[in-house]
Write a protein that binds this ligand. Structure first.
Ligand code: GLN
Length: 443
């Protein structure tokens, strides 16, 4: 697993013909029925070298099975959609195809991208721990060296959580800067397309190619290239000193601070924010996203999309819904129920106003700086509560970009320790620049 981490795109391109066998071997070795991270139909058919059109040409990648690709099955890893044959390609696939990237296959995920634990896939660093979700297959396929990068989706931390549990760089871009056309939506005001990769400079290469406006996605804004790089880093002091954060993570914080100081960044300790703030924003995310999930999932009602049986005679609409419920997993049904209860209790529009207020407040704090945050706390890892995404959902609530990266390794847990840097709209390329210099300094 660590071997592939030695190679970034530049060295890969120098040796790329040799790598065909390498990927073939890795996929054959690690992608079996007990550990299925990738659905691959015909390796030799897909793995073909073509012209070098751009800096990402001939780079092998995988895609989370929540994006539509002509002819594929099992969309969104749901039994409801097992037999649905996808009939068009999503924009992101088309862009990568135009760049002559090598598509290897579709990754497994938590059903409909709802969940944090990556059901069925274990962590390559420590098999007793989950791989993180919902983009579990995407993260594991990169960390196991089956591909060079993978496309996932981040609605509430689904790219950053698995990326950090696998010690990789995971990007959640500014909302609306990467086309979501062809992606099964879960909570449309939160959904973003994320990318997982080993190196920040490779990731920078990729997003420069894919952050382009698409007329098929009406929520898109074009990327603003003129954002200046800031030299200040805000550290929420109380968060890093709370009982949720263990001593190994604190040691890693010192390492990052040292990097910032030696590179002439100003480090500011910020005392106003504590864990309570993240718990509040996390609850807000869960209420809003669950409400939105009701309308997103309503189409899988077995009438238009969904499982239909020829053997069963449906007498009325209730029969249809009974069949549908049988084929959805408990976590999805829970989420729909949670959304239903939330809708009865709260006013969706008032909550959206609260979200707007939160966004303004954070934008004000981050006007001249970036902030460093944990990705998850080890204490939440074993309890498996919704708090696992506590530090992640704030980027989705505000639409701001955030990138996680590996800082160290926990001897106690046997997994990597990662942090994330969050900025405001269109800051991701600058953040990736900072992470890239951190990675280069370390190597
Ligand atoms: N764990 C979060 C949820 O279930 C994140 C999902 C996501 O980002 N796709 O809502």
């Amino acid at each position: 697993m660590r071997k592939i981490h030695k190679y970034n795109f530049k060295t890969f391109i120098n040796y790329f013909k040799l790598f065909k066998n390498y990927f073939k071997f890795r996929i054959a070795k690690y992608n079996n029925n007990n550990f299925k991270v990738l659905e691959i139909h015909n390796f030799n058919k897909y793995y073909k070298f073509s012209k070098f059109k751009s800096s990402i040409s001939n780079i092998p990648y995988t895609i989370k099975n929540v994006f539509s690709k002509k002819g594929s099955l099992n969309l969104a890893n749901s039994r409801v959609l097992t037999n649905y044959i996808q009939f068009f390609n999503c924009t992101i696939y088309n862009i990568l195809k135009n760049n002559n990237c090598i598509f290897l296959g579709k990754n497994v995920l938590d059903e409909f991208a709802i969940g944090s634990y990556g059901t069925g896939v274990s962590n390559p660093w420590n098999s007793n721990i989950f791989a993180g979700g919902s983009s579990s297959g995407s993260a594991v396929s990169v960390s196991k060296g089956m591909c060079m990068f993978s496309i996932g989706s981040d609605t509430g931390g689904s790219v950053r959580l698995p990326a950090s549990l696998n010690g990789l760089v995971g990007l959640k871009p500014t909302y609306g800067t990467i086309s979501r056309y062809g992606m099964v939506s879960f909570a449309p005001t939160f959904d973003t397309v994320g990318i997982i990769c080993s190196y920040a400079d490779d990731l920078l290469n990729i997003i420069k190619k894919i952050q382009i406006k698409d007329k098929n996605d009406l929520t898109m804004t074009s990327f603003n290239n003129n954002v200046l790089k800031k030299r200040k880093i805000l550290i929420p002091y109380k968060v890093f000193n709370s009982r949720y954060i263990d001593y190994e993570t604190k040691n890693c914080l010192n390492k990052v601070i040292l990097f910032f100081l030696s590179n002439k960044y100003e480090v500011i300790y910020f005392k106003k924010v504590d864990n309570y703030f993240f718990k509040f924003s996390n609850s807000l995310y869960y209420v809003l996203s669950s409400i939105e999930s009701i309308s997103s999932l309503a189409r899988f009602d077995s009438i238009r999309y969904g499982y239909k049986s020829k053997k069963i005679i449906y007498k009325n609409i209730d029969d249809i819904y009974k069949i549908r419920d049988k084929y959805l997993s408990n976590s999805v049904i829970d989420r729909i129920n949670y959304g239903k209860i939330s809708l009865e209790k709260f006013n969706y529009f008032k909550l959206q106003k609260k979200r707007e207020f939160l966004k303004k407040k954070i934008k004000n704090y981050l006007k001249n700086c970036y902030t460093l945050l944990p990705v998850f706390s080890f204490k939440e890892l074993s309890s498996k509560t919704k708090n696992i995404d506590m530090y992640n959902t704030i980027a989705n609530l505000t639409g701001f970009p955030s990138v996680c990266f590996r800082v160290g390794y926990s001897l106690k847990m046997g997994i990597p320790i990662c942090f994330q840097i969050m900025g405001i709209d269109f800051d991701e390329r600058n953040i990736l620049d900072i992470i890239s210099s951190f990675q280069n300094e370390k190597v």
